[in-house]
Design a protein around this ligand. Structure first.
Ligand SMILES: Nc1nc2c(ncn2[C@@H]2O[C@H](COP(=O)(O)OP(=O)(O)OP(=O)(O)O)[C@@H](O)[C@H]2O)c(=O)[nH]1
Ligand SMILES: [Mg+2]
Length: 471
């Protein structure tokens, strides 16, 4: 991507799915001129604007007629991107948004490249790299959980402790460097044992940050698969088979599983959280059964993938009348309606041994379907492979996007830890404060890379503010 900020860019900022409100962003030195050609009646207001303001306005579009537009205008660098910018808020219909965007392009704006607004915010010093990556994470967030991880990172999950750590080191370095300036006069701004203690503390903080990143990678973003279905469909048996251990109780009696059971399975690099749930059923009133249903829906809502299990109808079961109607499998229409809203739903015909050669189509929309028998160990491999493949793709996205910070930060933190260790050793060996300061600068560079800023100016600031006090 070009690091060019002289052009005036625009882009539709909301999704193309069609929503109640849509927004188009504009940023760049010519923002006002572009807006003036769209809103001639606002020319005077825009030219005299001294601070960000909202202008309720209207636009006339070809064939579509007049529409109302809320114009938000930031006249100077006090904006997200650090340049004159604007947002047009209007009805979220894609056709409207595209027409308005076309007008902006005609008026001289160019179409923004992916991430270009965030890049400008970064270049303007509005965001550090960890925050930029979190913004990217928000854009790509697949599920509510990933969204939460991205949000917490944006709010400083990593940025805050990192800032504190750097500040500590900058202060220490400033003390050391101040001492270097007065080396002839033998003035020490900081005692040697203080230097050693503070470096040791910094090393521990780096270690804690590394752990935090590791924890974030391991904990926050594990792929969750909710196994659901009517009572007795064989859900718990399936979880046990996939986990290769008896994590959930099974029995011929419907309603065996009452609360959800979590099983963390690991196949090579693939980690999956399998969640066994209480069988879906219509329950009226309150009590443990109703509570169990609530839990099931809760688990289902948070899952990255929902797998619905339906037992193939046994030949001797007279209750199976017309195959293909979900009611025949013990799911009421309300449940079916709610399930159809799951973003990712797979279907499994279980207990295929009960009906050899069973080949009925899956009775509701599903991304993938399988037929298996836990009893005969049939079809488990296929399911396992499909799961592994899906989780691998998902891990790629979720590890690359938000915690891509993690991958990048980990190696920088490792180098920072090493420099701090050298610095401390040099101090212990009394090898000279120049060497200690040199290693500390390397460590700060690494940490600065993590935060996406360079430490030199910070050091100057810290140093300068000290000299002002006494001289
Ligand atoms: N024939 C056959 N029976 C199975 C198979 N899988 C499970 N079962 C039996 O079906 C019954 C119910 O199995 P569970 O795994 O407890 O079913 P569930 O869906 O967890 O049931 P709830 O917890 O009550 O909702 C048990 O008797 C199992 O042994 C299978 O592949 N073939
Ligand atoms: Mg069960």
């Amino acid at each position: 991507m070009q690091l060019e900020t002289e052009s005036t860019i625009c882009a539709i900022a909301t999704g193309n799915q069609g929503a109640l409100r849509g927004a188009i962003r504009i940023s760049g030195p010519e923002s006002r001129q572009v807006l003036e050609s769209l809103f001639p009646s606002l020319i005077e207001n825009l030219r005299t604007a001294r601070h960000a303001q909202r202008y309720p306005s209207r636009l006339v579009l070809d064939r579509l007629g007049e529409i109302s537009v809320d114009l938000f205008y930031w006249p100077d660098q006090r904006s997200y991107t650090g340049q004159p910018s604007a947002e047009l808020h209007l009805l979220g219909a894609p056709v409207l948004l595209e027409q308005v965007q076309a007008l902006l392009l005609q008026a001289g704006a160019t179409l923004a490249k992916p991430g270009e607004f965030t890049l400008r915010a970064y270049l303007a010093g509005r965001l550090d790299l960890t925050q930029c990556e979190a913004v990217l994470g928000l854009i790509h967030a697949h599920s509510e959980r990933e969204f939460q991880v991205a949000l917490s990172q944006l709010a400083g999950g990593l940025a805050c402790p990192l800032k504190d750590l750097r500040q500590d080191l900058i202060n220490l370095l400033a003390d050391l460097e101040a001492g270097l300036d007065f080396v002839d006069e033998d003035i020490a701004f900081v005692e040697q044992d203080q230097v050693i203690t503070r470096l040791e503390r910094a090393e521990q903080q780096v270690e804690r940050l590394r752990e935090q990143i590791e924890h974030r990678r391991g904990q926050g973003v594990e792929f969750q698969v909710a196994i659901i279905g009517p009572p007795n469909a064989g859900k718990s048996s399936l979880i046990n088979a996939l986990s290769d251990s008896e994590v959930s109780i099974t029995s011929a009696q419907p309603g065996t599983t009452r609360d959800y059971v979590r099983s963390r399975v690991q196949w090579g690099d693939i980690v999956i959280d399998l969640l066994d749930t209480a069988g879906l059923e219509e329950v009226f009133g309150s009590g443990p059964r109703a509570l169990a249903q609530e839990r099931t829906w809760e688990v289902l809502g948070n899952a990255d993938l929902v797998i619905l299990c339906l037992s193939v109808p046994s030949e001797v079961d007279p209750s199976q009348r017309s195959i293909g109607l979900l009611d025949d499998f013990g799911l009421d229409s309300h449940t079916i309606g709610s399930l159809s809203k799951c973003p990712r739903l797979w279907g499994i015909w279980t207990k295929s041994d009960l009906r050899p050669g069973w080949k009925s189509p899956w009775p509701m929309p599903a991304e993938r379907t399988f037929t298996l028998s836990v009893q005969d160990c049939f079809g488990l491999d296929t399911l396992q492979e499909a799961l592994a493949e899906t989780v691998e793709d998902w891990q790629q996205v979720s590890l690359d996007v938000v915690p891509m910070t993690g991958v990048r930060c980990k190696s920088a933190l490792a180098r920072a830890a090493q420099s701090l260790a050298y610095a401390r050793q040099s101090s212990i060996d009394q090898a000279g404060d120049e060497l200690v300061a040199g290693e500390m600068r390397l460590a700060l560079d690494e940490l600065g890379q993590v935060a996406g800023t360079v430490a030199n100016n910070d050091i100057l600031d810290a140093l300068f503010s000290r000299f002002c006090i006494g001289k």
